[in-house]
Design a protein around this ligand. Sequence first.
Ligand code: ATP
Ligand code: MG
Length: 268
Amino acid sequence: VKIGIDAGGTLIKIAYVENEAIHYRSFRSQAIDDAIQWINGCFENPDICVTGGKSQVLAEKLNMSAKTVIEFDATTQGIIYLANRQGQVLASNFLFVNIGTGTSMHYVRNSRQERVGGSGIGGGTLLGLAHLTTGIQDYEELVRTANEGHRENVDLKVKDIFEGAVAPISGELTASNFGKLEAMVKQPPSNPDILAAIIGFVGEVIVTISSQMAGQYDAESIVYVGSSFRSNPLLQEIIEKYAGMIGKTPVFLDYGEYCGAVGALLSL
Ligand code: ATP
Ligand code: MG
């Protein structure tokens, strides 16, 4: 059996081939011992390749030898493979944006990547700000709750400033994330509203930066991956909507959060 592992700051992603199909599994990085136990219990003499920031920690704990590959290269190969598999045509030059704990941006040309930027605003920001503002710590609860929220109770749009007058840019653009202070003072927003606004904040910042990167590198499309999209249709919607207004058409991949693990698997 072949196993590819992407051990990230928050989640350990595993992709393995069994009966000619790829299977997926993930664990919290905090629960690294559970992941090791699962691997040891399920597979006999597997070929393993690890990648990601915690790959060394994981490789040392495995009681078998493992290959390691560079995370950014593995992610690139995984993206190309997953896109192909779902019939998604990627140009020979594209940008990919990995919204993990933090966010990393890469320009790919002829299957080779170059890291072109990043941001500390990512999935960890979602978890951290959600905890600080609502006390919610559970990821699934966070995204579920956010889906019931209304960002317009928290975020100030351009049209709110222009109050019906003709604006020089789309009135639907966010003028100020969390900027609807007067309204919030009068009527404090609910937890769902706050969480929806946090997801909006993360999504819009990332779309803004990555659209500029795509322009600078003349990339044809932007592929968004990372576990921050897991059970989180709101983040994808916000990115689709905002990209539609200011940037290039975004591409999302099935199992996109496993692209690093798939890339590691492919290198075996
Ligand atoms: P990095 O690549 O930055 O080292 P990572 O690879 O661990 O980190 P991802 O797994 O791509 O990052 O994404 C982590 C993010 O995914 C979290 O910050 C959170 O927003 C979201 N997430 C999805 N599912 C969970 C979960 N079960 N528990 C915690 N966070 C989750
Ligand atoms: Mg990662």
